[in-house]
Design a protein around this ligand. Structure first.
Ligand code: C2E
Ligand code: MG
Ligand code: MG
Length: 458
């Protein structure tokens, strides 16, 4: 009897042990599942909640806010770190940036890493709270980042959407904040923008122009207009400026001040300038062959053309194809082109000047060139910006115009006044020793056929 009892006790103990082991295993499996789930909600590089966690956060927390905001933070030059310093440094930067953002945000402002160099903050509050946080984040990013031995400056572009104004679900708020972030980028980066309808229309238009520009050349939507430069003392044509025109298939005429910056951003300007230089030289050569005045035609240059290192090739090709005299081609550069990389610009300009091509400084007086460098840049002509001419009845502007003319004379540079529209402006400019004028008074930019007629009529 005792033996049966003992055997029974052993079975009970074994069974209890078995139950305990199974329970422990089940508990451990549940723990593993929970860990894995938590891991899938965290970004492995920064430890921050990730994109997956955002969806949960919207369901569980954001839905309860009376008003809230979503903020996208995108770094402006992160690609440069990866390209220049390698991906390990890129990772190091992301970790440091995450720490900085987390320090600048307070407890209720939930930070996420959204992928790549994009971070996101979601919080309760209205526009004022969102903008205050954005300003604090931009300020904290101003301090240089220390990546091993290198110091790196970094800025960010921030886009903000507000709930309920711009929607209350995650998708609408993300879309609106993304549009606002692009608005910050196109307004010059290192700033924040709050979404609005106008921004949306502007961004859509920009995207449409960007897409359209890629096809504009094949679709023959780009045209070149020509504006005369007139010697008022001698009463004759002395030059022509070529100006780009774009007639968009759907949007109609688009101003160069709108599409040139876009073409500079996407790099298209290099191909456009190459095509333009070729066309302009051919056109001028045709006019000359017809017996029309032999004058210099100028093409506007972009910083991107200098950066591409293609300037010399472009000029040589255009001259060889057209057979035009090199001294009948002029390149219009700006102060910002000259100052961006002054030594590099000088080298490239010397190369084309050695061919006999002329160079002028466009919009002079409005850029940021240091006067001390003006004599180092190989130019032939200064073009006084039309802003001064338009206010040439104001004594202080008269003083500036007179000084530019005197300086050009001392540096043995020719001078052209831009945007001349009235007889008074002409008389004033002549009285100060400027004889070459360009502006609506003499002729607006016009199609080649119209300029030919204009030349025959004067
Ligand atoms: P810009 O090179 O200074 O060209 C002069 C601008 O002044 C032209 O504007 C011309 O139409 C305008 N203009 C000429 N005379 C008068 C006048 O009497 N009164 C007024 N109010 N305006 C006058 P547009 O054609 O709109 O070009 C604007 C700017 O876009 C140009 O300024 C130039 O910086 C840029 N651009 C135009 N074509 C090209 C190009 O082929 N390549 C590059 N890189 N930039 C270009
Ligand atoms: Mg110009
Ligand atoms: Mg100009």
């Amino acid at each position: 009897m005792k033996q049966i009892y003992e055997e029974y006790e052993i079975v009970v103990v074994l069974l209890s042990l078995l139950i305990a082991v199974v329970a422990a295993m089940a508990f451990y499996a549940a723990y593993l599942v929970r860990c894995r789930r938590q891991m899938s909600y965290r970004d492995s590089l920064t430890g921050l909640p990730n994109r997956q966690r955002l969806a949960k956060h919207f369901e569980q927390t954001f839905a309860g806010y009376r008003e809230g905001y979503l903020m996208i933070i995108d770094f402006d030059r992160f690609k440069a770190i990866n390209d220049m310093l390698g991906h390990d440094m890129g990772d190091l930067f992301i970790q440091q940036a995450a720490r900085r953002l987390a320090q600048a945000a307070s407890a209720g402002q939930q930070l996420f890493r959204f992928g790549g160099d994009e971070f996101l903050i979601v919080a309760e509050g209205g526009r004022a709270a969102a903008e205050a946080l954005a300003a604090a984040l931009l300020a904290s990013l101003k301090q240089p980042f220390q990546l091993h031995d290198s110091e790196f400056m970094m800025t960010a572009s921030i886009g903000i959407s507000l709930s309920p104004q711009h929607g209350s679900d995650r998708t609408s708020l993300l879309k609106a904040a993304d549009i606002a972030m692009y608005a910050s980028k196109s307004a010059g980066r290192n700033r924040h923008s709050v979404y609005d309808e106008e921004t949306k229309l502007a961004i859509n238009r920009r995207h449409e122009l960007e897409r359209g520009l890629r096809k504009a050349m094949q679709l023959n939507e780009l045209a070149i207009h020509y504006q005369p430069k007139w010697d008022a003392d001698a009463g004759r044509l002395t030059g022509i400026e070529a100006l780009l025109r774009w007639n968009h298939g759907k949007l109609g005429p688009v101003s160069p001040s709108e599409f040139i910056p876009i073409s500079e951003e996407n790099g298209m300007i290099v191909a456009i300038t190459r095509w333009m230089m070729y066309e302009v030289c051919k056109q001028n050569r045709t006019w000359q062959a017809e017996g029309l005045p032999k004058v210099c035609v100028s093409v506007n240059m972009s910083i991107r053309v200098f950066e591409s290192g293609m300037l010399g090739t472009m000029v040589r090709e255009a001259l060889a194809d057209s057979g035009m005299d090199p001294s009948d081609l002029e390149l219009e550069i700006t102060e910002s082109i000259a100052m961006r990389d002054i030594e590099g610009t000088i080298v490239q300009l010397r190369e084309v000047k050695a061919l006999g091509v002329r160079v002028s400084m466009d919009d002079f007086g409005t850029g940021y060139s240091s006067l001390g460098n003006l004599d180092r840049i190989p130019i032939d002509t200064l073009k006084i910006d039309q802003l001064f001419i338009q206010q040439s009845q104001v004594p202080s502007k008269q003083a500036i115009i007179s000084t530019i003319i005197a300086m050009a004379r001392h540096l043995q540079l020719d001078i052209v006044a831009e945007g001349v529209e009235t007889e008074e402006q002409i008389l004033f400019l002549q009285s100060r020793g400027c004889r070459v004028m360009q502006g609506y008074f003499y002729g607006k930019p016009m199609h080649a056929v119209a300029l030919r007629e204009w030349m025959l009529a004067v």
